[in-house]
Write a protein that binds this ligand. Structure first.
Ligand SMILES: *Cc1c(COP(=O)(O)O)cnc(C)c1O
Length: 418
């Protein structure tokens, strides 16, 4: 872990606009800094596992590494069952089908588009619900208002690892006879009221995509305490096979390979180190951006366990003097590849945009937030000195906002500005 060279926030002088890469200066970073650069565990351990699976010639179809990964995940999360899959989108699709959802399912629009696609792909209508005031997750009151006779379920999302209001959502689901599940793609290792994510609702879905907190190159999982549901998910994930040539259910191929499980296990063993690095970067960003007008860093609830995987900033255009999109363009020119997570909201993407052209009328908080958020590079692909540098750049940009706006038409490099 790199704590020794923790940079000070003392280099608080703001570089003037002449040096900004957007206006022709040298980029601050020669090599791009990415959001979601993969967190890697112990390479030697990974290689040993890969040698082992090659020696066994057991590459997929529920090999020993998949079995071990599922067992270790279930222990870590504290649930009876974890079924690992090829990715989280497939896990969501299988879970939705295993719970026999149909008709309409209520989901946030402020999420990665896979949450909605997992429904639409199965001809189930995603009904987009607004987020709670001052938060990034489903507003239980708005959920209740959207329930119709066709509604069969609710999918909450623990966006950026900050958990949805699970108890209130569970009460709505129980009162109205709906299934509740969670897209926990961002929330492995997080708690709500001290309870691990993974055990809420009927089931929860994790992602082990390369960009996520833990990775299996690609991968996902369904976590549940429900024995019957776990059995259905297991069958559906493997063509409905209950034995060598006995098929008892319709199914798909959602299996995780052994090499993915090798990476997943190695990643799981590295969890504490990954959180520690994320935490150091998060705290550094907090120091760097403290007091900068118009920039507010997303906070985590310090009473809970968090994975600190996302460093999210909301940009208030009036106070900062620059829009979120301008700031992103300026940063990208410096090779700081900030991302507009999750712009523009699912309801403003196809096919939902054409299917529900007026959805935005019921999503004012979602539209407000999706036009203001950006995510900054963190994790193992970033050094503490990089965070200090990025913080310094952002302070400089805001300090010189008026000058930058004047020079905007003379930009040399153009980012994705709207
Ligand atoms: C990444 C992500 C998914 C999809 O995960 P994959 O493993 O890439 O299929 C689903 N929901 C959310 C919120 C995500 O961020």
């Amino acid at each position: 872990m790199r704590t020794a060279n923790l940079p000070q926030t003392s280099d608080r002088e703001a570089p003037g606009t002449p040096h900004l890469a957007y206006f022709g200066g040298e980029p601050a970073f020669a090599v791009p800094r990415h959001v979601g650069a993969p967190n890697l565990g112990d390479r030697a351990v990974l290689m040993r596992r890969i040698e082992g699976l090659l020696d066994r010639r057991w590459l997929t179809n529920r090999g020993p590494l998949v079995e071990e990964f599922e067992q270790r995940l279930a222990e870590r999360v504290g649930v009876r069952h974890v079924v690992v899959t090829c990715n989280a989108t497939t896990a969501l699709e299988i879970a939705v089908r295993a719970l026999d959802l149909r008709g309409e399912v209520i989901v946030p629009s402020f999420t990665f588009v896979a949450t909605a696609h997992a429904l639409q792909w199965q001809r189930i209508t995603p009904v987009f619900c607004d987020i709670e005031p001052g938060g990034y997750t489903l507003d239980p009151e708005r959920v209740e208002a959207l329930i119709t006779p066709r509604t069969t379920g609710i999918i909450g999302v623990h966006l950026f690892g900050r958990t949805a209001r699970v108890a209130e959502l569970q009460r709505v689901a129980d009162r109205r006879g709906l299934q509740l599940l969670f897209d926990a793609a961002h929330a492995f290792g997080c708690t709500r009221d001290g309870r691990s994510v993974g055990g809420f609702g009927r089931c929860e879905i994790f992602s082990f995509h390369a960009t996520k907190f833990l990775n299996a190159f690609e991968g996902g999982a369904v976590a549940t305490d429900d024995d019957d549901l776990a059995e259905r998910v297991r069958l559906m994930q493997n063509f409905g096979f209950a034995g060598e040539d006995r098929v008892i259910h319709v199914g798909v191929n959602g299996k995780m390979t052994e090499v993915s499980a090798a990476m997943g296990l190695t990643s799981l063993e590295a969890e504490a180190g990954i959180v520690a690095v994320n935490r150091i970067h998060y705290d550094a960003y907090r120091r760097e951006l403290r007091g900068v007008p118009g920039l507010s860093l997303m906070r985590y609830d310090e009473r809970e366990r968090n994975n600190y995987q996302y460093v999210v900033v909301e940009v208030d255009r009036d106070e900062a003097g620059l829009s979120r999109d301008q700031l992103v363009a300026l940063l990208r020119a410096e090779n700081v590849l900030a991302r507009r997570y999750f712009h523009p909201g699912c309801h403003r993407m196809e096919p939902y945009r054409s299917l529900f052209p007026h959805a935005g009328l019921l999503l004012p908080r979602t539209e407000h937030v999706t036009d203001r958020v950006l995510a900054l590079p963190t994790g193992g692909g970033v050094e503490p000195a990089d965070v200090a540098r990025i913080g310094g750049l952002m302070r400089g940009m805001v300090a010189h906002a008026a000058e930058i706006r004047d020079r905007w038409p003379h930009a040399v490099r153009r980012g994705e500005v709207t």
